[in-house]
Design a protein around this ligand. Structure first.
Ligand code: HPA
Ligand code: ZN
Length: 333
């Protein structure tokens, strides 16, 4: 056990909010460059503020940090820095969320955000050999009309967008609030995913499947409270994008030793490992693998299964998926 070189292991990351990769150093530098006022005098003060009671207390800090991002160059630098960090963690493919409504509501045009991110993704492909997909996340604390306006902007602007997601404050904002937004996005050819069962009840996972027709569940750890739901997720091979260090920081679980990651795997679910908002949660994706190996005693075989799951659960085409799975085979032989 524990012999797999976790950083060298080929892997995909499927649950990553690009705004959640804004490290305090960059946040303060961009704020200064853009003349934006932040509530932190320095990097240490920012880090000291990253103590959260729950999802909402995190989101308040996360949306405040987004204020530092203004220009296309800012979004480029944010995204390329993540890709370089992911590259060091053996990430070969990333499916990345962005939150356009947060920026549009501050007067930043959709195209500034999208073009900055996608030009970094292109450079990630050529300079780092990381493939990537972009997923537009709808903010569930806002109303469906605001979500529709984000889609209006996305379709008017064009460019490569693979999916639609659903994030932000879960409690009181069930998936069915966004039936029309998701129906439209799927009709336009987007793949659908949703955060569900992080803080919200298992019923939100069921609703995401039945009303939004999502193909993956982000987090989903609370499925374990409903045996019939677990059976359904296993039978239908619905992947879960699990983020262990996030769950500890946002108090979904008390300690990493209490995290159900291993249980989820052993129940036969298609579990993947992800970092969510690594600048805020104390670790990138390899830190999440390492924490689970150390605290939960994941075996080498389980670690390899999780890495394979990350490609199986991705929106890559069959050829690219087979290529990456063969890389894992080569890694183990
Ligand atoms: N959960 C919900 N919404 C989010 C998160 C999260 O972990 N990160 C950024 N938006
Ligand atoms: Zn998330």
């Amino acid at each position: 056990m524990g012999r797999v070189n976790l950083a060298a292991l080929p892997k995909a990351e499927l649950h990553l909010h690009i705004e959640g990769t804004l490290e305090p150093e960059m946040m303060l530098a961009l704020a200064e460059r853009n003349g934006v006022q932040l509530p932190y005098p320095d990097v240490d003060a920012a880090r000291a503020a990253y103590v959260f009671e729950d999802l909402q207390s995190f989101l308040d800090v996360y949306y405040a940090g987004c204020g530092a991002l203004v220009t296309e160059q800012d979004f480029y630098e944010l995204t390329f820095a993540y890709l370089e960090r992911a590259h060091a963690d053996g990430v070969r493919h990333a499916e990345i969320f962005f939150d356009p409504q947060t920026h549009m509501d501050r007067g930043i045009p959709y195209g500034v955000v999208f073009d900055g991110i996608t030009s970094a993704l292109r450079d990630g492909r050529t300079r780092l050999a990381i493939t990537s997909h972009l997923i537009l996340a709808i903010l569930r604390h806002l109303d469906a009309e605001s979500g529709m306006r984000a889609l209006d902007a996305a379709f008017a602007h064009g460019g490569e967008l693979v999916g639609i997601g659903l994030d932000s404050g879960e409690r009181g904002n069930p998936p069915e609030k966004f039936v029309d937004v998701f129906a439209r996005a799927r009709a336009e050819g987007l793949r659908a995913v949703a955060h569900a069962g992080e803080e919200g009840p298992p019923a939100y996972i069921t609703s995401a499947l039945d009303t939004l027709h999502v193909e993956r569940i982000d987090h989903g750890v609370r499925c374990l409270e409903d045996d019939a739901l677990v059976e359904r997720l296993v039978r239908d091979k619905v992947p879960l994008t699990v983020c262990p260090l996030s769950n500890v920081r946002l108090r979904v679980v008390d300690r990493i030793e209490d995290h159900p990651f291993r249980t989820l795997l052993e129940r036969g679910l298609v579990v993947t490992m992800n970092s969510d908002d690594p600048a805020y949660f104390g670790g990138y994706v390899v830190d999440n693998y390492r924490a689970c190996v150390d605290a939960l005693g994941l075996t080498d075989a389980q670690v390899l299964e999780v890495a394979r799951n990350t490609f199986r659960a991705s929106f890559l085409d069959d050829r690219a998926r087979a290529h990456y799975l063969a890389e894992i085979d080569a890694f183990t032989s």
